[in-house]
Design a protein around this ligand. Structure first.
Ligand SMILES: [Zn+2]
Length: 106
C-alpha cells in the first residue's frame, strides 16, 4: 500500500549538478545529490561495505540515469556503473528529511 501523498508527480535529473529533484503529490520538492543517494544506497553490497566502514563515496557518485523500479520507487544508475540501488519513495523522503537510518531499521 503506497501512501498517495508520497506519490511522485514530477522527477527531474539535473546531470550537470548531479542532482535529482522530485516533486510529490503533497507539493513538497525533494532535491537529492548523487553523493547523498550513493551514501544511502540500500543494496546488499553497499550496506555490507557501510557496515565494515569501506569508503563508498568517490568522484563517480554522479547520477548517470534513473528509471522507475515498478511502482514502488526509483532505480538509480551511477556514473561508475553501479545500478543495484533501488530507492522506494518513502525512503527517498526519509533521506531528504535526515531520517534514513530510522527508516532502514524500522
Ligand atoms: Zn549500492
Amino acid at each position: 500500500m503506497i501512501d498517495p501523498s508520497i506519490a511522485p508527480v514530477d522527477i527531474r535529473l539535473h546531470k550537470t549538478s548531479s542532482e535529482l529533484s522530485i516533486t510529490w503529490a503533497d507539493g513538497i520538492e525533494t532535491i537529492l545529490s548523487g553523493v547523498s543517494l550513493r551514501a544511502h544506497c540500500a543494496c546488499s553490497r553497499c550496506r555490507a561495505r557501510n557496515l565494515i566502514g569501506t569508503p563508498l563515496i568517490n568522484d563517480n557518485a554522479n547520477i548517470e540515469s534513473v528509471a522507475m523500479a515498478g511502482v514502488a520507487g526509483l532505480q538509480v544508475i551511477f556514473a561508475d556503473g553501479h545500478d543495484k540501488g533501488v530507492f522506494p519513495w518513502a525512503y527517498l523522503r526519509a533521506i531528504d528529511a535526515g531520517r534514513a537510518v530510522e527508516h532502514l531499521s524500522s
